[in-house]
Design a protein around this ligand. Structure first.
Ligand code: ATP
Length: 458
């Protein structure tokens, strides 16, 4: 099936249907900040819940954490962020814009006419200098020395700071992991591409602690697991790839890193798609625990009480972005087709990710249909996210649900009042089945739980 999706279409649908809005729009907007609307909240929650599910519910070797955003400032000295979490910044003396030196091809400075009045096309760049991406703020009422703290640029460090607590309370021993989802902040030089790169975003990170000799095996385990998570939730395999970092790309702490990348479309139908990172999976060795042990003076190691062995565990980290994952799911689900000669936009989201699972629609707003439909709605919403909609032509109501990716529409019609059955319409196949109201909830749950394959793969 030919892909018609572009980033422009995703941005426009996101706004039109209440997934994502430009933040502070009434004041002219603030660059690269976004607000999640009703359906965006539901969709992102489902993405995060699926992540939790794969980490916690389906395994017994990972436990959860929700650590603070503001941590002791020594954290960032020990982790290396204060000294080294920098991007190379260059200024253009002509157009006065700032760029990330390693992203110049993307920003296209000097290749694209600047929109600034009087700016020249020939950019004159300064030497690159290091720019720290951490947001600084002060703690307490007085701006005094020693009061500087940072908004965390990643959730991972909160996990290392709690390593000892977890050994004590959770009765876990390596191999085991600690997972967390939360906001992180980076003062990105060139944010952009909608919610792909923002200064405030949500990460889904897990640190998996293993005996040093087992690190490579677990690294490979997590590569496979994490790639499979995206495809299981509907990303087409030919739009997903694992890319191993070259030695010169590796972070100072990592002996091996691979990125899960997704083939994002261009803004319009003219440009080419680009492979971009959704998630990084790194073998961090014992770098973090050793650093925090050194700076805190606390022992951060595992002691096997049976054998007496003691070691600093090595760490495998799958670090994903909730916003980027949601964007990839949206892009991959976007489709256009025709029903009865009429164009339709449809989000073919995995049913588990769909913001709304079922919509209850009385065919007409009379003859007792709305009353029965409301009773069906009241029962279904106990079991799943459901919408009730009685306004406008039925075709338009279907179209609206298709655009937000609702997998099932339930229509109450004249016959429903006579025999207590409804029509169940499938978003993708468009098949309509007659189902007894008494069996509707179970039937929907059965369908929602069934293995799912993107119809775009057909
Ligand atoms: P990039 O190279 O794209 O800047 P990174 O390699 O610095 O990303 P990590 O530090 O590995 O990213 O963070 C893990 C994940 O967090 C990324 O794969 C991405 O999904 C998410 N993430 C990182 N920075 C941002 C951002 N500015 N906006 C949205 N998500 C982000």
């Amino acid at each position: 099936m030919a892909d018609t999706v572009t980033m422009d279409k995703i941005v426009s649908l996101s706004k039109r249907r209440g997934f994502v809005f430009q933040s502070s729009e009434i004041y002219g907007g603030i660059s690269s900040s976004y607000d999640y609307g009703h359906y965006g909240v539901l969709l992102k929650n489902n993405v995060k819940n699926q992540w939790w599910r794969s980490m916690l519910q389906e395994r017994d070797d990972v436990v959860a954490l929700d650590s603070a955003i503001i941590q002791h400032p020594q954290t960032w000295v020990a982790s290396g962020h204060l000294a080294g979490f920098t991007d190379p910044l260059v200024d253009c003396r002509t157009c006065k814009l700032r760029f990330r030196a390693d992203h110049l091809d993307v920003s296209a400075c000097g290749r694209k006419p600047s929109k600034r009045p009087g700016a020249s096309d020939e950019c004159d760049l300064t030497e690159a200098r290091d720019f720290n991406l951490m947001f600084e703020t002060t703690i307490g009422p007085v701006k005094e020395e020693g009061a500087t703290v940072y908004l965390r640029p990643e959730t991972a460090q909160g996990i290392f700071l709690n390593f000892r607590n977890y050994l004590q309370f959770s009765r876990k021993r390596p191999p085991f992991g600690i997972a967390q989802i939360g906001k992180s902040f980076r003062n990105e030089i060139t944010p952009g591409n909608f919610i792909f790169r923002t200064r405030e975003f949500e990460q889904m990170e897990m640190e998996f602690f293993v005996a040093p000799g087992e690190a490579q095996r677990w690294f490979e385990h997590w590569l496979t697991e994490r790639e499979a998570w995206y495809t299981r939730l509907g990303i087409r395999p030919d739009h997903l790839r694992l890319r191993a970092h070259d030695p010169d790309e590796l972070s100072h702490y990592s002996s091996a890193t691979s990125d899960v990348e997704y083939l994002f479309p261009s803004a319009d139908s003219v440009g080419a798609g680009r492979w971009l990172e959704l998630e990084g999976i790194a073998n961090r060795g014992d770098f973090d625990l050793t650093q925090h042990a050194g700076h805190s003076g606390q022992k951060l190691e595992y002691v096997d009480t049976a054998s007496g062995d003691r070691y600093v565990p090595h760490v495998i980290e799958p670090a994903a972005g909730a916003d980027r994952a949601m964007l990839a799911f949206l892009v991959d689900a976007y489709d256009e087709d025709e029903i009865g000669g009429e164009a339709r936009t449809v989000l073919r989201l995995h049913p588990q990710l769909a913001p709304v699972k079922a919509a209850v629609l009385p065919l007409v707003r009379k003859d007792g249909q709305p009353e029965l439909a409301r009773r069906v709605y009241a029962e279904l919403r106990e079991r799943m996210q459901t919408e009730y909609d009685e306004g406008g032509a039925i075709g338009r109501r279907y179209r609206r649900q298709d655009e937000i990716g609702t997998p099932y529409a339930i229509t109450i019609d004249h016959q429903s009042l006579q025999d207590d059955t409804v029509t169940l319409r499938d978003r993708d196949s468009l098949e309509q089945a007659r189902v007894a109201i008494g069996e509707l909830g179970d039937e929907l749950q059965r369908r929602l739980r069934a293995p799912w394959r993107s119809p775009k793969l057909a």
